[in-house]
Design a protein around this ligand. Structure first.
Ligand code: EPZ
Length: 417
């Protein structure tokens, strides 16, 4: 298994280009199942999760072609295998996103129940309840969700909890339903808006994406489209935190500043200078930061996918701060690893109290989930001496060539096999 070896202490400076958003690309890839015509996508990031999704779609019968300019063309003309097998779903929960579009277009879909994962049980009960409200007959047996319905009917659906992929699954299903669907308490994440924009480019009629009430008027058919995936706001936030912690001046380009208001506000509160342009953000810091309280919640509040990164920032900031995780029940796996680097963190329930220490000391640590791994990289960049991070396959799921991008910014980091 690969590991990353980091020599801490270098301030970061220079420019880094942000890749396409993993959490927008994943649902947008599955949208190809809604039409027989080709869907051509730009700015799709090269990530493990993306290749897993492409393999799943290929297994189902989608013709996938990649060209040299990062364009992916997906043709869902014929889908002989309307199912997502356990072997593919167990490594990537987002596979659940094939359920809505496959059911909506073909009236039949069989998707393995995703298992839990490191950060929580992550049920999909709201996906299922929403499809049932649209008339789907759903049986769960032998670990599979089997959904059938001649044609889905529009419905008013009040989601018990804000669920990002739940909102996305139901929005895609409703696009081909008979009549109008209203999703209330819908997720407002920018990735939901990006998917809606792609569906509209394919001929869907959707209003209100980005608000908590999304209205979808079902149509008979959707056509192909050319679409470019939005930039990754979590990759952006991760590089901004890296620059704030190491001290230095970094400009992130090809990004979308207006998707990161809560994160930018927290960076400024911590004492970093942040400037934004139409598609870039520049951050400058002398490395001495003030600890900031963080409480995760659905967009537009502070994103749970940036919680671990800000915990790393608080580890070396001045003062003490609380980090509260309200979305997932077990998203503090990075705490014990950060402690190995000398961090002072106490956890009680869903809140961690972080007391800043003058410095962290390099050690060998283990990645446990995607964003926890990112927080360990950030800590390694500032820890004295050498930090080795094992099991970085977690990191490769969500960050494209992170060690190359960090090296470009002056970090001393290398991948060892
Ligand atoms: C999406 O996961 C993201 N993944 C996650 O990013 C992100 O952390 C999460 O949204 C929250 O923003 C993708 O978009 C592919 P949820 P998702 O459904 O949709 C509960 C990363 O690091 N829930 O919004 O699976 C659930 O257990 C990943 O890139 C139900 O109870 O998250 C959780 O506590 C990690 N029943 C809460 O809702 C359901 O049917 C939010 O989950 C659905 C969800």
């Amino acid at each position: 298994m690969d590991a990353l070896v980091i020599q801490g202490g270098n301030p970061l400076s220079g420019e880094v280009r942000i890749s396409g958003a993993k959490n927008a690309a994943l649902p947008i890839l599955t949208a190809c199942l809604l039409t027989a015509e080709p869907l051509k996508l730009g700015n799709v990031p090269h990530l493990k999760d993306i290749s897993t999704m492409l393999a799943l779609l290929g297994h189902m019968g989608v013709r996938v072609t990649l060209d040299d300019r990062n364009q992916v063309t997906l043709s869902g003309e014929s889908i002989p295998h309307k199912e997502a097998p356990y072997e593919m779903v167990k490594t990537m929960r987002a596979a659940i996103l094939v359920l809505g579009p496959t059911l909506a277009r073909f009236g039949d879909a069989r998707v393995s129940l995703p298992g839990g994962c490191a950060i929580g049980s992550r049920p999909v009960d709201l996906h299922i309840k929403g499809l049932q409200a649209m008339g789907a007959e759903i049986n769960i047996e032998h670990g599979y969700i089997h959904a059938r319905c001649k044609r889905l009917k529009g419905a008013r659906i009040l989601m018990d909890m804000v669920t990002v992929t739940g909102t996305e699954n139901l929005m895609m299903a409703a696009a081909l339903a008979d009549g109008t669907t209203v999703l209330e308490n819908a997720a407002r994440e920018p990735e939901v808006v990006d998917l809606a924009r792609c569906l509209v480019a394919m001929g869907a009629q959707i209003e209100g994406a980005g608000s908590d009430v999304i209205t979808i008027h079902g149509v008979e058919k959707l056509h192909g489209a050319d679409y470019s995936v939005m930039p990754d706001r979590i990759e952006t936030g991760t590089f901004l935190v890296a620059a704030a912690m190491t001290g230095g001046r970094v400009r992130v380009t090809h990004t979308q500043p207006d998707t990161l208001d809560a994160v930018i506000a927290k960076l400024r509160e911590a004492g970093a200078a942040v400037e934004t342009g139409p598609d870039w953000i520049e951050i400058e810091s002398d490395g001495t930061l003030t600890a900031v309280d963080v409480r995760t919640a659905p967009h537009p509040a502070f994103p749970t996918d940036m919680q671990a990164q800000f915990m790393a920032l608080n580890c070396i900031a001045e003062g003490a701060a609380s980090v509260s995780e309200t979305i997932f029940e077990n998203r503090f796996m990075h705490v014990q690893e950060l402690r190995r680097l000398g961090a002072n963190i106490e956890v009680s329930g869903y809140t961690a109290l972080v007391r800043g220490v003058p410095r962290l000391d390099g050690a060998t640590v283990m990645a446990t989930d995607l964003r926890a791994s990112a927080s360990l990289v950030l800590a390694g960049l500032v820890a004295a001496g050498e930090t080795t991070i094992e099991r970085i396959y977690h990191l490769d799921r969500g960050y494209e060539r992170i060690e190359e991008k960090l090296t470009q910014l002056g970090a001393r980091i290398k991948r060892v096999h």
